[in-house]
Design a protein around this ligand. Structure first.
Ligand code: ZN
Length: 488
């Protein structure tokens, strides 16, 4: 009425704004405010300009009747981000994929390769592991590319940097390197402590404290089952965070906690209610990624994981192994990929369904089109399995686990995240539109690169990367995500 009156006073009708894209008639869901209603959403200049029940105009109009309009999914745990994996992520509804567990070092090289080349947003933490290798003299910083796979080859055969405790001089060097990465905008500090068992509790506490001093969180793959009982590994990590006054996020609570998943979840809840800033995530699969040359696939480690050869599946054929076939294949294909079925479905379900637990894929590389199906199907699987089949999560709870909660985890030190994980006016137009009756993962262990179904549109900064259920080849709107320190 006010606008109409104003138009009359000016002697003519006021043209309503024509948005770049109008997504109309969709079920708009925003976990932060609880909005769950049919609304029209106007996108202009990469942002959400309007959410309204009034009719709106757009240069392009998407009729989302019967579809859910959700904040784009945010994956806190993704490895080997490249055109192949990013395409699968986008087709699974993901608009931001972050390498926070391992991190990337040197950060600048990792980001430089992706700026202007990525369909989805990307970012990484400062990498404790490679920085430890540099401090131990296992490799010179200049030779590292920032890509995990390539850089692992540079330290092949060297183990002191993983196994030995650090000296004060080595820690001083690590402090300098981590600090300079944080000053460049690294998204916290990432640790894979299972591969660097030489990093003791004292070292953890020291670097957790360094992260706290910089105002960022720590992301950690805690000690694994053959090194410590999962509950003890979780207690060690939480105690270090508490001692350092630091924030900590335990990655993949399902594969790290195994048969002690319920105890570890309870421990995290107890610590959080006592004021420790501790969170966790899970992926919805029972199989972990492994390989024939993985030291964890040996008989002793397997026993520690309460698993045996029959729990190992050769990815290429789907065959379950025996001691004899394991030895035979190891000779034939030393790096052959395995799926280690070390998790029980009930523990995975308990983790995904637990209040506050975020969803993150731990997705990674594909070799000849083969990898772990979690890289392609994690997010759709949350909706098909937990919302539709088991009915253990409401649609809104599931959307929160894949968008708002991950954004909230980061927003204290990543200003970009205050405008993501939300469908609100002023938010970045990172949007996933899906059919709640049809969203479904299709990737399997045998056919792991099948894109998910039921995802109609995915928009990154207002540009479509999935349009009418198909990936938009050549779309590269993905933005680098940095911490607040970058701007200073
Ligand atoms: Zn991990």
């Amino acid at each position: 009425m006010a606008a109409a009156a104003l138009g009359l006073a000016m002697g003519g009708p006021v043209a309503a704004e024509t948005y770049d894209v109008a997504i109309v008639n969709g079920r708009v869901m925003d976990p932060q405010t609880g909005l769950d209603a049919v609304r029209n959403l106007g996108v202009a200049r990469g942002s959400i300009a309007r959410i309204t029940s009034d009719a709106i105009e757009g240069k392009r109009v998407i009729d989302a009747k019967g579809l859910v309009v959700s904040p784009g999914f945010i994956d806190l745990h993704a490895h080997d981000l490249d055109p192949f994996t990013e395409k699968l992520h986008a087709q699974d509804g993901v608009t931001t994929a972050l390498e926070l567990e391992n991190g990337a070092f040197p950060l600048e090289r990792w980001y430089a390769r992706r700026v202007g080349a990525s369909p989805i947003n990307f970012g990484a933490s400062a990498a404790h592991g490679p920085i430890r290798a540099v401090a131990f003299g296992a490799v010179e910083a200049d030779r590292l590319t920032g890509e995990g796979e390539a850089d692992a080859k540079l330290v092949e055969g060297k183990s002191e940097w993983m196994e030995a405790p650090s000296t004060p001089a080595q820690r001083a060097r690590m402090t300098a390197l981590i600090s300079s990465e944080l000053d460049r905008g690294a998204l916290g500090v990432g640790y894979h402590i299972a591969t660097t068992p030489g990093a003791d509790s004292g070292e953890l506490t020291e670097f957790f404290g360094l992260a706290a001093k910089h105002g960022v969180a720590n992301f950690i793959h805690m000690r694994s089952a053959e090194q410590a009982a999962p509950i003890d590994a979780a207690k060690e990590t939480i105690a270090a965070a508490k001692a350092a006054g630091a924030s900590v996020h335990l990655v993949h609570v399902n594969s790290s906690s195994l048969w002690e998943t319920p105890q570890v979840l309870a421990e995290i809840d107890r610590a959080a209610s006592n004021g420790v800033d501790v969170t966790t995530e899970a992926y919805p699969y029972t199989g972990a990624a492994s390989s024939l040359d993985d030291p964890r696939a040996g008989p002793e480690s397997m026993a520690a994981f309460r698993a045996d050869y029959s729990d190992l599946e050769l990815l290429a054929t789907g065959e379950r192994l025996t001691a004899a076939s394991f030895a035979r294949y190891k000779k034939l294909y030393p790096h052959g990929e395995l799926v280690a079925h070390i998790m029980k479905q009930a523990d995975v379900d308990a983790a995904i369904e637990h209040a506050g637990v975020m969803v993150a894929s731990d997705g990674g590389a594909y070799y000849d089109g083969k990898g772990h199906p979690r890289s392609a199907g994690t997010f759709s699987r949350i909706f098909s399995r937990y919302v539709r089949e088991r009915k253990t999560l409401s649609l809104m709870e599931a959307i929160a686990k894949v968008s708002y909660l991950p954004a909230k985890r980061l927003e204290a030190f990543v200003p970009e995240m205050k405008r993501r994980g939300r469908l609100q006016e002023g938010a970045v137009a990172d949007i996933t539109v899906f059919d709640p009756a049809k969203i479904q993962d299709r990737a399997t262990y045998g056919d792991s690169a099948l894109p998910s179904a039921g995802i109609a549109y995915v928009m990154v900064s207002g540009q479509f990367v999935v349009d009418r259920y198909a990936f938009v080849e050549g779309a590269r709107p993905g933005q680098p995500i940095y911490s607040a320190a970058r701007a200073k």
